[in-house]
Design a protein around this ligand. Sequence first.
Ligand code: NAD
Length: 245
Amino acid sequence: MRFENKVALITGAAVGIGRAAALCMAQQGASLALLDMDAAALQAVVEECRQLHVQAECWTCDISDEDRVKQVVSAAEERFGKIDILVNNAGIWRCFTSFLDTPSETWRRYFDVNVLGTANVTRAVLPGMVRRQYGRIINVASVVGVYGKTNMAQYAASKAAIINFTQSLAREVAGLGIRVNCVSPGTVSTSENPDIDFTESMEKCYMQRTGSARENADLICWLAGDESCYLSGQNILLDGCRKII
Ligand SMILES: NC(=O)c1ccc[n+]([C@@H]2O[C@H](COP(=O)([O-])OP(=O)(O)OC[C@H]3O[C@@H](n4cnc5c(N)ncnc54)[C@H](O)[C@@H]3O)[C@@H](O)[C@H]2O)c1
C-alpha cells in the first residue's frame, strides 16, 4: 500500500477536504494524527479511519494557538514515533463582505488561522522531518489566492501568503529530503456546505461543476506519495478549468 508505515498529520480533519484526505490516506495504509477544533466531528472521523484498519488518533487544537500546537505535535510524535506527511488544510473562509465592510479584527483572525496557524504547525512538525531527512508537506490554499476574489479580500490575501510560503519553504528544505507543495481548490461542494449557493461558482469553470472533497484528497495523496518525487514548490490549481474573470 502507498502509505504503509507512513504517519500523516492532517489539520482541519473533521469535515470536507481534511476528512476526505484522512480517509483516502487511511485506505492506503497511513497512520493518522488528526487535528481540528470540532472535537465531536473529529472523533467520528477517527472511528471511520479505524474501521479501515489503520491507527488513528485525534487532538482538539486551534492551530492559531502556538503553545497548544507544540503540545499536540509532540504528543502525536510520541504516539506514532514520527510524522512523515503534514497536510495543512485547516482554514477559515465563510465571510463574504466587501473590503470596506470587513474590520481589521476579521483580517487579523484570517491571518492568525490561515497563515500563522499553518506556520505554527509546520514549525512544530518540520524539525522531526529534518532529523529524519524525509518529509512531505501539502498546504491547502485556494484559486482565489491566485486570481483574487471580490468580497473575500482577507481570505484571498491569506491564501496568496500560503502559496508563497509553499514556494519559499520548498526552496529551504529541498536538499533535506522534504518536499512542499500546495493544492489550490476551486469551489468544493461538500455536504458540509449546504448553506452556500454554488450556482455562480459553477458558471466560473469550463467543466461547469464544483469539485469534490475526494478529488482534492486524491491530489493531496498523490503529492504525498512517491509518484510526485521530483515535484516541489508547486501550487496546483484543482478548479475544473476556471475562467479567469
Ligand atoms: N470548500 C471550498 O470550496 C474551498 C475552496 C478552496 C479552498 N478551500 C480550503 O480548503 C480547506 C478546507 O476547507 P473545507 O471547505 O473542506 O472545510 P471547512 O471549511 O468546512 O472546514 C475546515 C475545518 O477546519 C477546522 N478549523 C477551522 N479553523 C481551525 C483552527 N483555527 N484550528 C483547527 N481547525 C480549524 C474546522 O473546524 C473545520 O473542521 C480550507 O483551508 C479552505 O480554505 C476550500
